[in-house]
Design a protein around this ligand. Structure first.
Ligand SMILES: Nc1ncnc2c1ncn2[C@@H]1O[C@H](COP(=O)(O)OP(=O)(O)OP(=O)(O)O)[C@@H](O)[C@H]1O
Length: 705
């Protein structure tokens, strides 16, 4: 226990430093605003040099002001006292005093690495590490770790009982929080791993894989901004619920240039949230689907014209279905993209018609070119071509799979009879239910197979048009700014990312790896996941192959995280017992925090399930400060959501066991765990995920059958 006088004295000393930092911050902000204003004034001078100078000035000043505002809260969070007496404060931003003395070191700078990496075993020259918490401009709490007692001067105070545990016991908000002040050594090593190649981070539930992946994105943007902000960083997560949950982390670190997507929203124009049962997802996600889709893209359009009949100069010209099919086949050699070789198909039809007209000795038959021009001018002929070989959108072709005869034809010899029946059932209500997450990867594959339909040209962005539609004859800087803005608003189908982060990678199917791979051909990667949490029930060898293909031959750096920061030890023990049924020898993380509160297990009659779930959720809302998640088997989600209505407002969320992936709540009510476990494919692994979502309280409610 630290004595209160020492604590007050230490807090007061940090407060003095914080006061200097915020005074300097205010000064920097004022000068940024001034620079922006002066920049605009410079423009009046009118010569080219002045304009360029103004541009640079205005742009940097505005950006600086934005950063200073974004990093205001919790600006300084750490302090290192080193052997040589040097003191370094670590924060969200690097700040220097007027005499260039360092007031704060940016957490991503090499000098700050010791804050995360020093341990008592390897103090790296650090005697005392201090974590500082503040609200607004006031220091609220400090926590010290004495890393090298032998080197500590006799008057060095050590206060608090550990920043990490203090942070972990705080309630969870609706979104994930940044962990910048308490990143642990093994996490820091993964965060700072080289920018090139593939960084693979594995570890059990709650070990901070997601937190590491996001902080790594922020680190990369800091270490090589032009590369990563220019090319862009893509972060892919499993579901839209999850993406919403993590969306605030990067902005809280002052980074808003990364693009976040769920697996269901990677294909432009569609956002799928519905999931297939695991056995269907296994078929739709299999690489064999590529061959099924390839066959589909070569087929005739359903309900398209079966033949062509054309009256030409009194003579009937005819092309039968077989001839039309043969023309299409010739125009579409293997590997060609149907939308891109339409012209070859049209030429084939024209050539066949001309040959026929000659055979039939049509009177006054002109040269072939003139004949073709004549036909092309005819509306009925153009209508035929459009109907016979339309520009196809992937959505059209995927729809063909909903026709049982077509599906059998495309999948015959590739999928088994049972698999075909599964897919057929799944697509039975495609028009009503819409796409599932697994379908989105199929759309993307079809897009690659079909080629881009020619899109209507977008009006070009006018670099002189400023926000609010004001057109100003402007300068290089305005254009620069417009260009940067354009980089931020990348086209929807942008595919040249400089870095791709894949979270919950254990659930990415082979077809989804292909989809993500297309967006990272030139990228370096961060891939995080936990195989023990996968819901994938398809071929594991195929999965490895698809993943290897997406990641290419880049060098791989492996990291394993071993501490569970999320669950109380009591809650994780229940989850661990579950996964041990399947993998008795699996190394599991250690949960660092104990609450002394055991999870509650309820078994009730089926008719009492709804009242029990409502009561359990209400109890948890009263017991925890933060969020409550009600996790259900997939088929029960809507029913349970209806029971709970608006209970808890934004503090309560109902999610399926699949949507729960990556999520975190202070309290969890798990509905019908037995039903989740009963799935023969991935039941236990999915239950393991569901049981490891809670930080404080867990109640399971099982109906007896
Ligand atoms: N160093 C840390 N300091 C404070 N909190 C941390 C730290 N590392 C992780 N956490 C917290 O632990 C929780 C779990 O982290 P995260 O969601 O990143 O784990 P995960 O490994 O992705 O879990 P899962 O595999 O179960 O999805 C989060 O609340 C995160 O903020």
């Amino acid at each position: 226990m630290t004595d209160q006088t020492t604590l007050r004295r230490e807090i007061a000393s940090e407060q003095r430093h914080l006061d200097r930092v915020y005074a300097r911050l205010a000064e920097l902000r004022r000068s940024a605003v001034r620079a922006e204003r002066d920049g605009y004034r410079l423009a009046r001078v009118g010569n080219f040099g002045a304009l360029v100078e103004r541009d640079a000035m205005v742009f940097h000043a505005a950006q600086r002001r934005h950063t200073l505002d974004a990093e205001y809260e919790g600006l300084v969070f750490g302090r290192l006292d080193r052997h040589d007496g040097q003191v370094l404060h670590v924060g969200r931003l690097g700040i220097r005093d007027t005499d260039a003395a360092t007031l704060v070191v940016d957490w991503r700078a090499p000098a700050a690495a010791a804050f995360y990496q020093a341990t008592p075993a390897q103090p790296l020259g650090v005697v005392r590490r201090r974590t500082i918490q503040s609200r607004g401009e006031r220091v609220t709490r400090i926590e010290d770790d004495l890393l090298d007692p032998a080197a500590a001067p006799p008057d060095m105070a050590v206060v608090g009982d550990g920043a990490l545990l203090a942070t972990l016991s705080r309630a969870t908000g609706r979104g994930m929080r940044d962990i910048v002040a308490t990143i642990q050594r093994e996490q820091d090593e993964a965060i700072r791993s080289p920018g090139s190649g593939v960084t693979i981070v594995s570890g059990g539930p709650g070990t901070g894989k997601t937190a590491v992946a996001l902080h790594r994105a922020a680190y990369l943007l800091y270490s090589d901004r032009s590369r990563y902000a220019g090319g862009g960083i893509l972060v892919v997560g499993p579901s839209s619920v999850f993406v919403e949950y993590i969306a605030s982390v990067l902005p809280s670190l002052g980074e808003d240039t990364a693009t976040l997507h769920s697996l269901g929203s990677l294909f432009p124009g569609f956002t799928a949230t519905r999931t297939d049962p695991p056995e269907v997802a296994a078929v739709k996600g299999s690489l064999r689907m590529r061959r099924v889709l390839e066959r589909a893209t070569r087929d005739a359009v359903p309900d398209g014209p079966g033949e062509l009949r054309l009256l030409y100069r009194g003579q009937l010209l005819r092309l039968e279905r077989a001839e039309l099919d043969a023309i299409r086949d010739r125009a579409l050699p293997r590997g060609a993209r149907r939308n891109e070789v339409r012209r070859a198909g049209f030429d084939g039809v024209l050539a066949a018609l001309y040959a026929q007209a000659r055979r039939l000795a049509v009177p006054r038959l002109p040269e072939q070119r003139a004949f073709e021009d004549e036909l092309i001018d005819r509306a009925d002929f153009r209508d035929f071509l459009r109907a016979w070989w339309p520009r196809l959108h992937p959505r059209h072709v995927l729809g063909w799979l909903a026709r049982p005869d077509r599906l059998r034809r495309y999948a015959g010899g590739i999928l088994s009879g049972a698999e075909i029946r599964l897919v057929q059932q799944a697509y039975g209500r495609l028009a009503v239910d819409g796409l599932t997450v697994a379908d989105v990867a199929l759309l993307d594959e079809l897009d690659a197979l079909l080629g881009q339909p020619v899109r209507p040209a977008r009006p070009k962005r006018d670099p002189f048009r400023l926000a609010g539609g004001v057109r100003e004859l402007s300068t290089f800087a305005d254009r620069q700014r417009a260009a940067r803005e354009a980089a931020r608003q990348r086209p929807e189908d942008y595919r040249e990312y400089a870095h791709v982060v894949v979270d919950e990678s254990q659930d990415v199917s082979p077809m989804q790896w292909r989809m993500i791979g297309r967006r990272g051909r030139l990228a370096s990667w961060t891939v995080v996941g936990d195989p023990a949490q996968t819901a994938w029930t398809g071929d594991p060898e195929e999965l490895t192959r698809a993943r290897d293909q997406a990641l290419g031959r880049r060098r791989r750096h492996h990291f394993t995280l071993t501490t569970n920061y999320r669950n109380s030890a009591e809650i994780f023990a229940v989850a661990a017992a579950e996964i041990r049924r399947l993998y008795p020898d699996l190394p599991l993380p250690t949960a660092v925090r104990s609450t002394g509160i055991e999870p509650v297990r309820l078994t009730v009659g089926a008719d009492e399930l709804s009242t029990t779930v409502i009561a359990a959720a209400s109890a948890l809302l009263a017991e925890v400060e933060g969020t409550v998640g009600v996790v259900t088997p997939v088929p029960r989600r809507d029913e349970v959501a209806a029971w709970l209505g608006a209970l808890g407002g934004s503090r309560l969320q109902v999610v399926t066991s699949l949507e729960a992936k990556g999520m975190e709540y202070d309290g969890v009510v798990l509905v019908a765990p037995g039903e989740i476990r009963a799935d023969p494919g991935s039941g236990i692994r999915t239950l393991y995920v569901a049981l490891s979502r809670a930080t404080q309280r867990l109640t399971t409610v099982d109906p007896v059958t």
